[in-house]
Design a protein around this ligand. Structure first.
Ligand code: GLA
Length: 395
């Protein structure tokens, strides 16, 4: 049942079905390096360019999805990373709103998951250990003393294969990665598809699908860092955040859940009414101390309602609004506390403390070790299917 809870088959099947129809009607151009045929009347286009080569000589491609309302998204096949996302401000000026680098070399160096797909298990697993059917599994400890974001290579440092599809009103990129049995310590060959779809109205869907041949755990997410001001030299403290959650997953000092779910009322974690990130981030609060700011999973309301609006961000000066819709039970709101001025910005300078925030839709951290949390177990014959939408507008 829990698995069913985290799936919205109806919506996903519909979107896949429409993608298949689009594929069938598609005529690919001969040259591998060019985009699907684009008509001037198409609301959304997709184009492919070579991005670079990994140190092992594997070619990495970049796909650009673009609509006629000024939204443009670049995705690279390394880590399924969103390397650029441009949307208009209230004056109609389209600008970059995600943190990122300007070369593959930089993405291949250690970095805090800029724009990447995260798997097989997003967020932390206590001491890197979990048990399935009486067998204990040990993961690499890459965030002492815990395992974080699927391991050192995870899904964020692997090469995905890509297939493009285009319809009149949408363009999609379907990425595939097969994680081997015991890769990064997780059991089961896991076949994963992540489909990014841009529509004509500035919404980007991320559809995650997976199947396994052995019982395993799965918790996939997207790790984009947003700064809606488009000025990456400024912290995101002036963004208003809304999170539709009455409860929080509190953590101990190592950012592992205590197992309780606590009420957000009268705490800095109450974002049910939109509130500036900076409003309470420096308050004296045990949880803020543990997270070094906001770095927590919220227990989203209306968990049985499928994909629904769960969070938003608004930057008043630019007028940009980001709405996040998901069918997932949780969202990790991370205020970029570990950004420390060491990573290079695209056009000079470095990313300073809290110059980006993440809204990672997912199951709660350490679920495999928490008997009262919704399950993240995936068994053979089951379909992991979950969808998140990032919708941009202005006000
Ligand atoms: C997640 C975690 C954070 C941090 C970032 C990456 O959001 O919750 O603690 O590890 O990823 O730096």
């Amino acid at each position: 049942m829990n698995l069913v809870k985290r799936c919205i088959y109806g919506i996903s099947i519909l979107s896949l079905a429409s993608m298949n129809v689009q594929c069938k009607g598609e005529k690919k151009t001969d040259a591998a390096e060019t985009a699907l045929e684009t008509n001037a009347t198409d609301a959304v286009s997709i184009a492919k360019t070579m991005y670079g080569k990994t140190d092992k000589g594997v070619q990495i491609d970049r796909y650009t999805l673009k609509n006629q309302k000024g939204m443009e998204v670049d995705i690279i096949t390394y880590g399924g990373i969103i390397s650029s996302l441009k949307v208009p401000n209230k004056a109609g000026k389209s600008e970059e709103v995600v943190l990122g680098f300007n070369s593959l070399e930089q993405y291949m160096k250690p970095n805090p998951y800029f724009g990447a797909l995260i798997g097989r298990y997003g967020n932390r697993i206590a001491k890197g250990k979990f048990t399935l059917d009486g067998k204990q599994y040990s993961l690499a400890i890459n965030n002492t003393p815990n395992a974080l974001h699927g391991g050192p290579e995870g899904f964020h440092r692997v090469v995905w294969t890509a297939e493009e599809a285009k319809g009149g009103d949408t363009a999609s990129l379907k990425l595939k990665y097969v994680a081997k049995d015991m890769e990064e310590g997780y059991p089961g060959n896991l076949t994963v598809f992540v489909t990014y779809t841009l529509n004509k109205d500035n919404a980007l869907d991320v559809l995650y699908e997976a199947t396994t041949d052995k019982k395993t755990i799965v918790n996939l997410t997207q790790h984009s860092y947003f700064n809606l001001s488009a000025d990456f030299s400024k912290p995101i403290l002036d963004h208003e955040i809304m999170i539709d959650a009455d409860k929080l997953v509190p953590v101990a000092a190592t950012l592992i859940p205590t197992g309780q779910l606590t009420d957000v009322t009268n705490t800095p974690f109450d974002f049910r009414k939109p509130k500036l990130v900076g409003a309470a981030i420096e308050s004296k609060d045990e949880q803020l101390k543990n997270g070094l700011g906001y770095d927590h999973c919220w227990v989203l309301n209306n968990q049985n309602k499928g994909e629904r609006l769960v969070a938003s961000a608004y930057h008043a000066t630019s007028g940009r609004v980001l709405e996040v819709y998901t069918d997932q039970p949780g969202i990790q709101f991370y205020s970029g506390n570990f950004l420390d001025g060491t990573l290079p910005m695209r056009n000079g300078g470095t990313y300073a403390h809290r110059t980006g925030f993440c809204l990672e839709t997912q199951h709660y951290p350490d679920s495999p070790n928490q008997k009262d949390f919704p399950t993240t177990v995936l068994s053979p014959g089951e379909n992991y299917k979950t969808k998140t939408t990032f919708k941009f507008s202005v006000k």
